[in-house]
Design a protein around this ligand. Structure first.
Ligand SMILES: Cc1cc2nc3c(=O)[nH]c(=O)nc-3n(C[C@H](O)[C@H](O)[C@H](O)COP(=O)(O)OP(=O)(O)OC[C@H]3O[C@@H](n4cnc5c(N)ncnc54)[C@H](O)[C@@H]3O)c2cc1C
Length: 363
């Protein structure tokens, strides 16, 4: 079924132009709470870019940044070498701190809290944060990202950015001339493995079954590549190395035998899950589980609700694409608010008494 993007027939968000003192002061019926122009859920490159743009548009964005995961996926990595503007690369956490500071410079209100409930239908959206406070907003940008699936091993997190990676496009370059491994059996695992042969001397593809889930064409690519060795029926049960990956422990899924594989890198390619739990029953999702948006826009199936970054992207999932998508969402929010404020003004004029009906001015 294709998503239903039918816009709301009548939205009255108030006649006051967005971003003005009056609109910020607008009150809601069910409490003494400000109706914000925009609340952004998520503080990765998508969320902060949306905050920079909406901040500069004087919309005073509120960013619900997350309580322990503020800054998003790049907080887990070391050097980022492919984000434009940094000749010598930049550390992931530093890049995110810079984006946050830039958003705050334009008035973003960044709150280190998790959103625990979203009520997205209706003209005024409700965002409940941990602790019970309810924020109200005319628009919401969903920028909650996507979580790479992990193996669940003790040393996986510790060695993340030190040999363990979830992104060949991001980190392949660091493994020039090395002997590395990829875990997984789907299309993306084989794509990562073949991409990594551009850099590594040898790529061992580890799969826990005796056949791949990947498409025939992708499988052929792996079988034909002289730099790829495939280990069937093996699963990684341990990663060792003091400050960098040195060796993997593998268990044979048929015999239970344990063996060691010396490698300096491990790419985990067992899939990812868009973080949609909070709103998957309210906006339409694609078959891949990402948020469905209309064309190249950020518009979801609900008016006034926009999405940005990895949460809507099953394919590219890079910091720079997430940032670009945050920009798109911010501009869509601006257009939405301007359009509905203009519509509300038109309605006011239609309902205002005509000159003849007005009481005569006193002389
Ligand atoms: C280890 C690693 C290394 C990477 N290296 C690179 C690289 O070198 N170059 C590159 O371009 N890309 C890299 N990527 C990919 C890149 O990090 C992502 O594509 C990008 O961060 C996506 O941005 P995003 O804003 O969509 O989501 P995220 O960065 O995932 O941010 C999502 C945000 O949503 C918040 N959130 C989620 N749920 C809630 C909630 N209920 N309440 C409040 N907040 C919530 C999280 O706290 C987080 O702040 C890497 C990814 C990983 C995991």
């Amino acid at each position: 079924m294709s998503p239903d993007f039918t816009p709301a027939l009548k939205l009255d968000l108030g006649a006051t132009p967005p971003g003005t003192a009056e609109s910020d002061q607008q009150q809601v019926a069910d409490g003494d709470s400000t109706v914000h122009d925009v609340v952004i859920v998520g503080s990765g490159p998508a969320g902060y870019t949306a905050a920079i743009y909406t901040g500069r548009a004087n919309l005073k964005p509120v960013v619900i940044a997350g309580s322990v995961t503020a800054g998003g996926d790049l907080m887990q990595t070391t050097e980022v070498e492919n984000y434009p503007g940094f000749t010598d690369g930049i550390m992931g956490p530093e890049l995110m701190a810079t984006m946050q500071a830039q958003a705050e410079r334009f008035g973003a209100d960044v709150r280190y809290e998790d959103a625990v409930k979203l009520e997205l239908d209706g003209e005024v959206k409700k965002i409940t944060v941990e602790g019970g406070e309810v924020l109200h907003a005319k628009t919401v940008i969903l920028a909650t990202g996507s979580a790479y699936r992990e193996l669940g091993l003790e040393d996986e997190k510790r060695l993340s950015g030190h040999g363990v990676s979830w992104c060949a496009t991001c980190d392949g370059f660091f493994f020039k001339g090395q002997n590395i491994a990829v875990v997984g059996g789907g299309d993306s695992a084989i794509e990562e493995a073949t991409f990594l042969t551009k850099f590594a001397d040898k790529v061992t593809l580890i799969h826990r079954r005796d056949e791949f889930r990947a498409s025939e064409i992708m499988q052929k690519r792996a079988f034909d590549d002289p730099k790829i060795e495939i280990l069937w029926n093996k699963q990684v049960i341990g990663i060792s190395g003091e400050s960098k990956v040195q060796e993997l422990s593998l268990e044979d899924t048929v015999t239970g035998d344990v063996s060691a594989l010396p490698v300096t890198g491990l790419f985990v390619a067992i899939g990812s899950d868009p973080r949609t739990d909070l709103f998957k029953d309210q906006v339409e999702l694609t078959p891949e589980g990402t948020v469905a948006v209309q064309g190249r826009s950020s518009k979801t199936t609900l008016p006034g609700v926009f999405a940005a970054g990895d949460v809507l992207d099953p394919t590219y999932r890079q910091a720079v694409t997430a940032a670009g998508s945050g920009c798109v969402a911010a501009i869509d929010v601006e257009h939405y608010l301007a359009e509905h404020s203009a519509r509300a003004q038109d309605q006011d004029q239609l309902t205002a008494p005509s000159a003849a009906q007005r009481s005569p001015l006193p002389h």
